[in-house]
Design a protein around this ligand. Structure first.
Ligand SMILES: O=C(O)CNC(=O)c1n[nH]c2ccccc2c1=O
Ligand SMILES: [Fe+2]
Length: 221
């Protein structure tokens, strides 16, 4: 990769053409080393501080295996961040960079699917923590009923994550792919993922056995 510089327009433009191409071809796009290690670690530090301060709302209760066992575990714990809060400048920086890539790619794309949208807003950032212990998220569609969200953007924060050891794989079942084809996305540190939020992309978070952090933004059309 060229020296990593999100302040450099050329670098952003190159990234945008990747996003346009992959969203057009696959309906999803993975950008690795999005912020660079130092900035990524600053974002992680802010999330760990938030967790330490107990701002995460208790996650939904899910049964740990199938539905027969009555042992319930807490699943995704979340909290919403505007990004302008004084105690999380690095999360704010992340959000502004994801915004600039998405908005730029949306304008640049003249012929592809991304260009057909007019992205004009987004949710606040949802910081999610899966506490391990088999916490997971069942197969679902983020926006099944046209609520206006068109793109899901997820930034992962998990240093040295090993799916064989810790699970927590995101499995997407893209509509239109062959039955046996899925997209397995490891929740790796400093990885940014985009995918269409609607029924084209059912997905699940497989059981995680270590604490698993992610920051999600949903973009509106
Ligand atoms: O973390 C991931 O890799 C994917 N994550 C998801 O698909 C996902 N989707 N929808 C949610 C709604 C509320 C709280 C958490 C979530 C959530 O983690
Ligand atoms: Fe989801």
């Amino acid at each position: 990769n060229p020296p990593h510089n999100l302040e450099d327009n050329e670098y952003i433009e190159e990234m945008c053409s990747n996003v346009i191409q992959d969203m057009g071809n696959y309906g999803l796009c993975v950008l690795d080393n999005f912020l660079g290690s130092e900035r990524g670690k600053n974002v992680l530090a802010e999330v760990l501080t938030m967790e330490h301060q107990g701002v995460f709302r208790d996650g939904q209760l899910v049964s740990s295996k199938g539905n027969n066992e009555d042992s319930k575990i807490r699943s995704d714990q979340i909290c919403w961040v505007h990004g302008k809060e004084p105690n999380c400048p690095n999360i704010g920086y992340l959000i502004s960079k994801v915004d600039s890539v998405i908005m730029r790619a949306n304008k640049m794309d003249k012929i592809g699917q991304l260009g057909r949208y007019n992205i004009n807003g987004r949710t606040k950032a949802m910081v999610a923590c899966y506490p391990g212990l088999g916490s997971h998220y069942v197969k679902h569609v983020d926006n099944p009923n046209r609520d206006g969200r068109c793109i899901t953007a997820i930034y992962y924060l998990n240093l040295n994550w090993n799916v064989q050891r810790s699970g927590g794989l995101l499995r997407i079942f893209p509509e239109g792919w062959r039955e046996d084809k899925v997209a397995d996305i490891e929740p790796l540190f400093d990885r940014l993922l985009f995918f269409w939020s609607d029924r084209r992309n059912p997905h699940e978070v497989q059981p995680a056995y270590n604490t698993r952090y992610a920051i999600t933004l949903w973009y509106f059309d």
